[in-house]
Write a protein that binds this ligand. Structure first.
Ligand SMILES: C[S@@+](CC[C@H](N)C(=O)[O-])C[C@H]1O[C@@H](n2cnc3c(N)ncnc32)[C@H](O)[C@@H]1O
Length: 180
C-alpha cells in the first residue's frame, strides 16, 4: 500500500467510524446496507448462499443478509469488530479465497478495492467503490468506475453499472459476472 493510500485509509477511518463509549454509530450514506441487501436478496435469489462481505466493517450488511434472506454472509475485514451474531474473519481480503464464496461484495471497500476486482475475475461480485484506492493518479467517482470496468472488460468479465437506492454520489456499483 502506498503512503497516499495509507493516508486516505486513515482519513476514511477517522471520518466514518465513531465509537462513543461502548456504543458504535454508523457513519456514511444512510440506507446503504438496506439497499444493497435488498438488491442481493431480491435480484439474485437462489443463486447465492455464501457471501463475502469484504471490508464490511461492523457487518450491518451481513446482518441483514443473514436475518432477512437466510444467506451465509461473513465479514472479511482486518478491523475485526463485527456486531454480535455476525461472523467475521479479521484479515485483509485475499482474492485467492474468492472460490469459497458465491458472491463477493465490497461496499465502500477502501484498500480492498483491487482485491475485490481481482476476485471478480473468478466469482460474481458487487463492487461499490468510494475513495480512490485504485491508482496513484487522481480519479473522480466516474473515472474510478471507468478504470475498474476497463480492467473487467480486458479480462472478459461482464458487468452492469447499478445505481443503488441510497444517497449519492458513492452509490454506483459494478455488478459483475466472471467469464465462463
Ligand atoms: C469505509 S469503511 C466501509 C465499511 C462498511 N462497508 C461500510 O459501508 O460502512 C472501509 C473498510 O475497509 C476495511 N479494509 C481496508 N482494507 C481492507 C482489506 N485489504 N481487506 C478487507 N477490508 C479492508 C477497513 O477496515 C474498513 O472497515
Amino acid at each position: 500500500m502506498s503512503s497516499k493510500q495509507r493516508e486516505l485509509l486513515a482519513l476514511c477511518a477517522r471520518r466514518r467510524t465513531a465509537v462513543t463509549g461502548r456504543r458504535r454509530r454508523f457513519h456514511g450514506a444512510p440506507g446503504r446496507f438496506e439497499s444493497v441487501a435488498t438488491y442481493i436478496g431480491e435480484r439474485l435469489p437462489g443463486a447465492v448462499r455464501y457471501v463475502a462481505d469484504v471490508a464490511g466493517g461492523q457487518g450491518m450488511l451481513s446482518r441483514l443478509l443473514r436475518k432477512r434472506y437466510n444467506l451465509e454472509s461473513e465479514v472479511v475485514d482486518p478491523r475485526g469488530y463485527t456486531l454480535k451474531g455476525v461472523p467475521g474473519r479479521a484479515v485483509c481480503f485475499d482474492a485467492a479465497d474468492a472460490e469459497y464464496y458465491d458472491l463477493i461484495v465490497g461496499l465502500h471497500p477502501d484498500a480492498a478495492t483491487r482485491a475485490i476486482a481481482t476476485a471478480a475475475l473468478v466469482r460474481p461480485a458487487i463492487l461499490i467503490p468510494c475513495c480512490n484506492f485504485w491508482s496513484e493518479e487522481k480519479l473522480g467517482q466516474r473515472e474510478l468506475l471507468d478504470a475498474i470496468e476497463a480492467m473487467y472488460v480486458a479480462h472478459g468479465v461482464s458487468c452492469e453499472r447499478v445505481r443503488f437506492d441510497f444517497p449519492g454520489p458513492k452509490n454506483v456499483g459494478l455488478v459483475s459476472t466472471p467469464p465462463r
